[in-house]
Design a protein around this ligand. Structure first.
Ligand SMILES: Cc1cn([C@H]2C[C@H](O)[C@@H](COP(=O)(O)OP(=O)(O)OP(=O)(O)O)O2)c(=O)[nH]c1=O
Length: 189
């Protein structure tokens, strides 16, 4: 269905690879070394697309206009504050303690480049965390090492099964790629 165009995923995220595979989209990977920075005055909702664009920029020079480049970035937003990846165990425990019993947003920004033009969009999913005990939080951090995950958790792991009441929005968006939107936009190219 997607045959004919060369698709490049500018991401080292195993989750993003898994989701493109699940959607049956053939692709190659080129990891981008973009520095994930943004202007301090930028509204949080615009940050994921901004960073996804930096990731796309970092690989675009290696490919032709007729190739499709996909880049994405995921952030967790609590009380309008961006929560990134934890720097260490203590940080991960503190982040999960702050998410416990609360609702937060996960925003994934996506940039798709093809034929000299760009399709950029973001999706938001609301995630409802149950109150977690200190023991549960430490168990999760020590067994799952969520240091490469925005917000120090992965919804597709143990914590998602026992600690998340419900979500409002796309599950895969929380995992790092709103895959049905991506697939739809690819078919439109
Ligand atoms: C919130 C959440 C994040 N994540 C992951 C998705 C992303 O891989 C990561 C967010 O970090 P990103 O900076 O978006 O992506 P990355 O560094 O893993 O990969 P790259 O920059 O090369 O594209 O957190 C989950 O797997 N499950 C979740 O529930």
């Amino acid at each position: 269905m997607y045959a004919g165009k060369r698709v490049i995923l500018a991401s080292q995220s195993p989750r993003r690879r898994q989701l493109l595979e699940q959607a049956g989209i053939p692709f190659e990977v080129m990891v981008s070394d973009a520095e994930e920075t943004f202007p301090p005055e930028m509204p949080a909702a615009e940050v994921p697309v901004h960073i996804a664009r930096l990731k796309a920029n970092a690989v675009s020079a290696s490919f032709g206009k007729e190739d499709v480049v996909i880049a994405a970035d995921t952030i967790v937003l609590l009380d309008k504050k961006i929560i990134g990846k934890p720097v260490d165990r203590t940080d991960a425990i503190n982040i999960l303690s702050s998410l416990s019993g609360r609702i937060h947003e996960v925003i994934t920004g996506v940039v798709i480049r093809f034929n000299g033009s760009e399709d950029a969009f973001s999706q938001t999913t609301e995630v409802h965390f149950k109150p977690l005990s200190r023991e549960q939080i430490e168990y999760y951090v020590d067994h799952y090492q969520p240091f490469d995950k925005a917000g120090a958790y992965a919804i597709q792991e143990w914590i998602g099964a026992v600690g998340i009441d419900r979500i409002n929005g796309c599950f895969y968006n929380v995992m790092g790629l709103p895959i049905s939107q991506v697939a739809e936009r690819l078919t439109r190219l």
